[in-house]
Design a protein around this ligand. Structure first.
Ligand SMILES: [Zn+2]
Length: 105
């Protein structure tokens, strides 16, 4: 998904104000100009996207965690039902672990 000019402006303007320098090089991933601040060269658009993705993953994790708590607090006595319940919990934990790996990337 491409960022709109408006979004790019929103990302770049504060950088320029904070003293970052726009370089004559472009990001190989997204093509936006690279910036340098305190000796660090980076692509503001890719960094922004990375942060956004992380925030989204965090939200999903929280929802799953809530569900997991609800399930853990309402375990049935019937063995067969309990079995199903635990299977679902196992699946949720599985998915959460997968998300954690994505976040680490
Ligand atoms: Zn980029």
């Amino acid at each position: 998904m491409a960022l709109s000019d408006e979004e790019i402006r929103k990302i770049i303007t504060p950088l320029l104000l904070s003293g970052a320098k726009m370089l004559d090089k472009h990001c190989p991933k997204c093509g936006s100009p690279l910036f340098e601040l305190n000796g660090r060269v980076f692509c503001p658009v890719c960094e922004h996207r990375g942060k956004q993705k992380k925030a989204e993953l965090k939200d999903i994790e929280e929802i799953l965690m809530e569900k997991l708590k609800t399930l853990a607090n309402s375990l049935p006595n019937d063995i067969e039902e309990l079995e199903k319940h635990l299977k679902v919990m196992e699946r949720i934990i599985d998915i959460m672990e997968r998300y954690k790996r994505l976040e680490g990337e």
